[in-house]
Design a protein around this ligand. Sequence first.
Ligand code: SF4
Length: 379
Amino acid sequence: MIFRATTRVCHSCASIDVPVFKSPAPAEGFVKDSRWVIFPRLSFESKKRLEAREPKLAELFAAYKRNTVTGHGRIGIACGGVSYAYVMEAIAGREEEFTVFKVATPYPFPTKLAAEFLDGVETCLVIEELDSVLEDALTYMKGNLEIRKEIKGKRDGSVPCAGELSAEIVDGILEKLFGMPRRIQTPAFDDMPSIPVRPPVLCAGCPHRASFYAVKKAMAGKKAVFCGDIGCYTLGNAAPLDMVDTCLCMGAGITIAQGLNHADKASVNFAFVGDSTFFASGITGVVNAVYNQADMILIVLDNSTTAMTGHQPHPGIGRTMMGEVSAAVSIENVLKGIGLEFVRTVDPLDYTKSVEVIKEAAALKGVRAVISNRPVSPS
Ligand code: SF4
């Protein structure tokens, strides 16, 4: 697919770059060339080419129209993305105090434009979320070019090092650093009635509730650790279920459960994984568990969808990304193919059977799997 950026007028903004799809060129097929084989010599040469390209790109980016320096105020603010919107809101009505450096392309850093920006201000504040990317680039550049300007940001604690920013927070930073009166009034929450705290929970009727409940009941009075994963079912940690003891990243529940076995042989270690996560990054962990003779129980919470992120199809569903019918990959067959001998499928709404199967699995050793299958009903 070939596309290029062009300028179109948008109804709500002034003008934006949108991709315009062109008719694809006729496919020529794969052209054999040694450059597609990344041997060490090629890596070495490619790295040199990449490094040589960086300053050229930085030069190009300095002239790129989305990297801008606006205003002539003594206080420079470097920002980009959503932070730019917060800054513009916070300085509204007093723009003459500021020079704003909006960075659309932080890497390679548009050094030439940044130097012009720093040259025109008395002091520089960097407003950005997440890591201090712009601040570090400016600080590095300042040292290289021997520019004597103070740079404030996350590194000196002027800007919070974690969490999202807002126009109110930027307003507060301007007050604290430069003694500027606050412009943005925060709502008087003291006057509002207190509302109950409502932490996120699994939906009423969610089949994962039944799956967790069955395991909880089957393991009542026994030592067990419940390793969770990424998905709606992370919410299984909420009371009264209290069934997620660990959660790190996709697929990690499986590898944590097998690691725990080395630390505590007396505990029955469970790994809960959703069907979508199983295909995305769970299978490799199960292969590792089987091959290294781990002792754990895998519970696949199979609701036949990718619930948390919007019902994207996955290989177990039987539809491709384009909506075409395709043969679904069977989780049960995958597990048996990997080498698991104990693989059972239960309906979590059949409480008695679910508890019985989990107790059966808990009495065994090795890697055992229970697929708790109950597709979500379309609402
Ligand atoms: S899996 Fe579906 S029913 Fe369950 S919590 Fe997520 S969205 Fe709700």
